[in-house]
Design a protein around this ligand. Structure first.
Ligand code: AMP
Length: 417
């Protein structure tokens, strides 16, 4: 009896019970996914049912599979895409995310006759136009490039069935709202809409009200935003000792694959140079770097050819490096919400991760904002030889949770996307 009930429980919590077809069950099995993640348990049946869905979920929670698996199933039926037409549109904020989503679609769709393509700015448009010619079942696109393609008659929306906004909060943060509105105005009125966002700000709520019809709501705030297995701590240190402390921590602990966040491109370049001077292989990655340089840096980092990747917030989202053990905030982010996006790069797919912040006395206000946002005070440590002379006052959580601030618009949008 007990064995039957264990097996029943296993089935209820399985991908098969969610209604996925055998080619998809085969691939999740091959990918080694033992059971659906919580967001998948909720989102997959909702997407399959054709309802609109709004999910608060960060990368690392399994959200990509939560919409690509059921959409692939939808696409494997129905009429194939006609010339220059698309059936599912996934809008994403950055080219890195476009590539990652397209990779996931290619992986999960391995046993299905579904054609998918990713289009994004910063590379030639002609090859993308060619790929669209024969029609595409699922198109992953950044908003600006999609509008360019539309203006050149390379893409038609009359056959569109589903619109997905991935990392919608990031798209709003990058100032894409008017592009999104322009695109939505071109789409058929009757369609399914899915919106994924790491946060649930008022702006996101307004977008949901504008675009979605009676959506199934999944996830409810910070609990779903944070990757589950991240150990967070801060090192108290004087500002002018941060660089030396970072080199010391990396070397003395033998850390590999360290993703370090700074607040500006200048600091990213400077810090990478300093680390190299200390004998640590490092590369800076930020919005001013060419697409080629960014892709190379990421590939080198993934292949363990460079030890430290110094990044700005613009690239924080969408960097999917499996088993990334450690993220370091060299500076605390000015927008506390970005702390969550940054530390979401580690502790992914249920693996343990460590998020370390080097905090100096001038950052106490930022620290307190972050702690109030995540509703916990962070464990503090000092390192021998780096004990700060400038005391960092103790922080306390306020009675009311802090609302996330609206991120500022970056100035040179076109360069970044
Ligand atoms: P995402 O949140 O989509 O960025 O997914 C994060 C990582 O989780 C990816 O590397 C996926 O391969 C992995 N993943 C997604 N779903 C599962 C699952 N059910 N079991 C194990 N790993 C998963």
């Amino acid at each position: 009896m007990r064995i039957i009930s264990i097996q029943l429980k296993k089935f209820i919590m399985s991908f098969a019970a969610l209604g996925l077809s055998s080619p998809l069950l085969r691939i999740v099995d091959e990918e080694g996914y033992a059971a659906p993640y919580p967001i998948q348990l909720e989102a997959i049946p909702a997407v399959l049912s054709g309802k609109d869905v709004m999910a608060v979920a960060q990368t690392g929670t399994g959200k990509t599979a939560s919409f690509t698996l059921p959409l692939l199933q939808t696409l494997s039926g129905g009429q194939k895409a006609k010339a220059n037409s698309i059936r599912v549109l996934v809008l994403v904020p950055t080219r890195e995310l476009a590539v990652q989503v397209a990779d996931s679609v290619a992986t999960y769709g391995k046993y299905l006759p579904v054609k998918s393509v990713a289009v994004f700015g910063g590379v030639k448009i002609n090859p993308q136009m060619m790929k669209l010619r024969g029609g595409v079942d699922l198109l992953v696109a950044t908003p600006g490039r999609l509008l360019d393609l539309y203006c050149q008659n390379a893409v038609r929306f009359s056959q569109l069935e589903v619109l997905v906004l991935d990392e919608a909060d990031r798209m709003l943060g990058l100032g894409f709202i008017s592009d999104i509105r322009k695109i939505v105005a071109l789409l058929p009125k009757v369609r399914q809409n899915l919106l994924f966002s790491a946060t649930c700000s008022n702006e996101i709520r307004m977008l949901v009200d504008e675009l979605l019809i009676s959506p199934v709501q999944i996830g409810d705030g910070l609990h779903h935003m944070m990757a589950p297995c991240v150990q967070q701590l801060i090192f108290e240190v004087d500002k002018n000792k941060k660089r030396a402390l970072l080199s010391h921590l990396v070397c003395s602990n033998g850390w590999e694959q360290v993703l370090v966040f700074v607040n500006t491109k200048q600091n990213a370049n400077w810090l990478a140079q300093q680390l190299i001077g200390d004998g640590i292989s490092a590369v800076a990655i930020h919005g001013n770097k060419s697409q080629g340089a960014r892709t190379r840096a990421l590939a080198d980092f993934k292949a363990n050819n460079i030890r430290v990747l110094v990044a700005t917030d613009i690239v924080a989202r969408g960097i999917d490096i499996s088993e990334l053990p450690r993220v370091i905030n060299f500076e605390l982010p000015n927008v506390s919400e970005n702390y969550i996006h940054r530390i979401g790069r580690t502790g992914r797919a249920g693996l343990e991760g460590e998020a370390i912040s080097l905090v100096s006395a001038d950052e106490v206000k930022l620290l307190s904002d972050i702690e109030n946002l995540i509703r916990q005070t962070l464990v503090r440590k000092t390192e021998v030889g780096f004990v700060p002379t400038h005391h960092i006052p103790l922080t306390q959580l306020s009675d009311r949770p802090k609302k996330p601030k609206k991120p500022k618009k970056p100035k040179k949008l076109k360069q970044v996307i």
